[in-house]
Design a protein around this ligand. Structure first.
Ligand code: URA
Length: 296
């Protein structure tokens, strides 16, 4: 067996022994695997086997956390290759990601995030996926995204749309509460570095859930997903694309909690109406007219 193939095959056997049946591979690796296969068929020695020719790292898969420390991703392709979603059903795959997130060294090694991991909640088969920035005090306490005041506001928005919280998939870019000195109930936004460290998960979650639409809640989450520094005001009002899925940017529910102006509520609501239209949901006249000035 070749110098490269042997450790790779051993590693894949280890994954298989842990119950994993599939691995993500990136496009660069396909020709390498094809060459292994062709050489095995013809009995010829692979150029990849002959030192000192550079041996490509077995980057086909990111090793599972218990086997090695993962790296921080820089591109969606790398991100997808780094986390392994073991299992057959969507729920099993999400659960597998959750197990890995708890020990995600790229995030832990920053030293700026708290210990408890808060992954996602809701239905992995959902048509709608909502993405926030990071858990706060309440979410860390209950280990569930969007359960504090902003979460209650979000639940109200979903009810107004005719959607139950348990029927959407709800997640955050960062899976740990950002820490602060002398922290009690106070929260802070995640940094770009913290988001980059956790970004492989949201890519993998989108890949598994494959929702019909993604809603980015607030500028911080939207900026991380769309790799931009644009403001919410500049991003909202249209559909963007994330991994080929329509993505709507809207205000974070906490913005609406702190800004009671009807005009701002209407802007968020118009984003939700656009999502409902996209999904072909029935929209009543009452729903269409929420937060519009009443005729005098
Ligand atoms: N804000 C977020 O962005 N996510 C949460 O889970 C809670 C508040």
């Amino acid at each position: 067996m070749s110098l490269v193939a042997e450790p790779l095959i051993n590693y894949l056997r280890q994954l298989e022994a842990h119950g994993q049946t599939h691995v993500a591979i990136d496009d660069d690796v396909r020709p390498i695997l094809r060459e292994f296969f062709m050489r095995a068929q013809t009995g010829k020695r692979s150029s990849l086997e002959a030192p000192p020719a550079p041996i490509p790292a077995p980057a086909v898969v990111q090793e599972s956390p218990e086997l090695s420390a993962p790296k921080v991703s820089t591109t969606p392709q790398e991100a997808l290759a780094e986390v392994i979603a073991a299992g057959n059903t969507k729920a099993e795959k999400i659960n597998s990601l959750k197990q890995q997130a708890g020990n995600w060294q790229a995030a832990k090694s920053l030293g700026s995030l708290r210990q408890s991991m808060v992954f996602s909640t809701g239905n992995p088969d959902a048509d709608v996926m909502l993405v926030g920035e990071a858990p706060g005090f309440d979410e860390e306490r209950l280990l569930e995204p969007f359960v504090g005041k902003a979460g209650q506001k979000l639940d109200g928005i979903l009810v107004a749309m005719g959607i139950d919280r348990k029927d959407v998939y709800l997640s955050n870019i960062v899976k740990f509460r950002p820490s602060m000195p002398n922290q009690t109930t106070n929260n802070r936004k995640p940094t770009a570095e913290e988001m980059a460290a956790c970004l492989p998960f949201i890519h993998a979650e989108v890949d598994i859930v494959a929702p019909k639409v993604i809603i980015a809640l607030g500028g911080t989450a939207a900026q991380a997903l769309l790799a931009t520094k644009e403001s919410v005001g500049g991003m909202r009002g249209q559909f963007h694309q994330f991994a080929g899925i329509p993505l709507r940017v809207t205000y974070h529910p906490s913005y609406i909690l702190h800004n009671e102006a009807t005009s701002e509520k209407r802007k968020l609501w118009e984003d939700m109406l656009a999502v409902m239209d996209l999904l072909g949901m029935p929209i009543s006249v009452k729903q269409r007219e929420y937060f519009l000035p009443k005729p005098v």
